[in-house]
Design a protein. Structure first.
Lengths: 124, 159
């Protein structure tokens, strides 16, 4: 059972992700509304995986990814984006993101992205 | 040879068409809503539910989307199929137009004509009805309306 932290400024996306992740059998251990909140929460919960929105106010997902990876090299972060713009996704991958999910979010996309990071999750 | 304003109008039309193409795909394939037709429209009926994003870079413009209530609720049900408390549902529904435009405008960027396929998109902005009316009365815009079996989605490119 993987412990997952959700980072997104949108209430509706946090709720959607929480429902879909729980339906897939994962545990949502924390939720953050901004990159800044995610950076401080990460150390408290040390989740197995983070789903990180890219475009957020205060601190965007790529800045948060860089800060988390700086302190926790093994952090596993998947970016969630609505942007077809490859530049942002490639930037995130360059800085250590383990993959990305293009909105709208479906259980299939979530499961596929998570199982690419944790192949054993297919058995859940 | 095309003038600068003529060229900008061509670009804006192309951006509108990319936005409409993305919106139709989103509605039909992701939201399971049957699209009836999309038509050019000069008259804009102000709706209760709307949101806007700004694009900046090689061209600066705003995309505004207005959504009929029934269509918004249909999309909401796909996002949140489970029942929530009345207050949570209200909060989510208020936020829903932001998420719809975020997805449609975000995914449409890569379909914009070159070299405009690399614009920077702002997070969705919550503008008041009054500000939206001012924006529409003071600036040139082009628009198309997608009619579906659940109501319409009107996309407007302003700038």
């Amino acid at each position: 059972m993987l412990n997952i932290m959700i980072v997104d400024d949108s209430t509706i996306i946090r709720k959607t992700l929480q429902m879909k992740l729980e339906e897939l059998g994962f545990t949502v251990v924390a939720q953050a509304k901004s990159g800044k909140e995610a950076v401080s929460l990460y150390g408290e919960v040390v989740p197995d995986l983070v789903t990180m929105d890219i475009t957020m106010p205060i601190m965007n997902g790529i800045e948060a990814l860089k800060l988390i990876k700086k302190s926790y090299k093994d952090a596993k972060i998947i970016m969630v984006t609505s942007h077809g713009e490859e530049r942002l996704v490639m930037d995130a991958i360059t800085h250590g993101a383990k993959g990305y999910i293009l909105k709208p979010i479906t259980e299939e996309k979530l499961s596929e992205a998570i199982c690419r990071v944790y192949p054993e999750c297919k058995t859940q | 040879m095309q003038s600068i304003s003529g060229m900008q109008n061509t670009v804006k039309k192309s951006i509108l068409n990319s936005t409409i193409e993305t919106a139709v795909h989103f509605l039909e394939n992701d939201m399971n809503v049957k699209v009836l037709e999309s038509i050019e429209s000069k008259n804009i009926e102000i709706k209760e539910h709307f949101s806007a994003v700004n694009f900046s870079g090689k061209i600066d413009l705003t995309t505004l989307c207005l959504i009929d209530e029934e269509l918004l609720k249909t999309i909401y049900k796909v996002f949140i199929p489970h029942s929530l408390s009345a207050s949570e549902t209200k909060e989510m529904l208020e936020e829903m137009p932001n998420e719809v435009i975020n997805i449609i405008a975000g995914l449409s960027i890569s379909k914009f004509p070159k070299p405009y396929d690399n614009l920077t998109m702002s997070p969705p902005s919550t503008i008041s009805k009054e500000d939206m009316e001012k924006l529409l009365s003071g600036t040139a815009y082009i628009s198309k309306e997608i009619q579906t079996e659940k109501g319409s989605l009107h996309c407007i490119i302003i700038g």
